[in-house]
Ligand binder design. Structure first.
Ligand code: GDP
Length: 193
């Protein structure tokens, strides 16, 4: 079965989103520092699976080398399965993403999230940036413009609705993500013909 790969830093709400997408329940806030394998689940009502990749970035109590290893494992998984991955979903915390990205941006530093987005582009996996926790964001358009700019997508974000999907997993508002993913899946199918 083809798959859609779900990526994101720890605590962005990946487990909550998985629950919304699949209808299963998952442990939220899984024990940090435990390297997890990619897990496959059926996307409710669709003929592909969603692959939950381990959360990356800072996790309390996780040594730097373990964090690097998690990121390396994610990259290897995606590289080896690129032919089978129809789309990527990169989940962000809409409330925290800009601060985290800016904190990790510098002459010699690219934030992991941005780096993974560019990597997915390089291996030609169409990717949706799911900006989660939008229920906590006041200036919605302003925030989404800032985020799109950080990923090299020239604002206004509304030009990028196939790529930027504001959601609130906790409230069950994920229609924008479903629509964006579907757009890419249809494009992928067309290319196969
Ligand atoms: P994971 O580490 O990425 O799997 O993140 P979780 O799904 O465990 O969520 C981390 C925290 O964010 C939990 O306290 C969730 O309840 C909360 N959370 C997840 N999605 C949302 C959302 O859409 N809005 C708000 N306000 N909180 C959320």
């Amino acid at each position: 079965k083809h798959e859609v790969a779900l990526l994101g830093r720890s605590n962005v709400g990946k487990s909550t989103l998985m629950r919304e997408i699949t209808g299963h329940t998952f442990d939220t806030g899984q024990r940090p520092g435990v390297t997890r394998k990619p897990n496959h689940y059926d996307w409710a009502g669709e003929d592909f699976v969603i692959t939950d990749l381990p959360g990356f970035g800072f996790m309390k109590g996780t040594p730097e080398d373990v964090r690097e290893q998690i990121k390396t494992d994610i990259v290897h998984y995606v590289e080896s399965n690129a032919d089978n991955i129809l789309a990527g979903v990169l989940v962000l915390d809409g409330k925290a993403a800009v601060d985290i990205i800016d904190r990790h941006s510098g002459p010699d530093e690219i934030p992991h999230t941005v780096e993974l987005y560019h990597f997915l582009q390089d291996v030609e996996i169409p990717t949706v940036i799911a900006v989660n926790k939008m229920d906590k964001v006041d200036d919605r358009d302003g925030r989404l413009d800032e985020i799109s700019e950080r990923f090299g997508l020239v604002p206004p974000w509304k030009q990028w609705q196939d790529t930027i999907a504001p959601i609130s997993a906790k409230r069950g508002n994920i229609d924008t993500l479903n629509d964006a993913v579907r757009t890419h899946l249809h494009a992928a199918k067309r290319d196969d013909l």
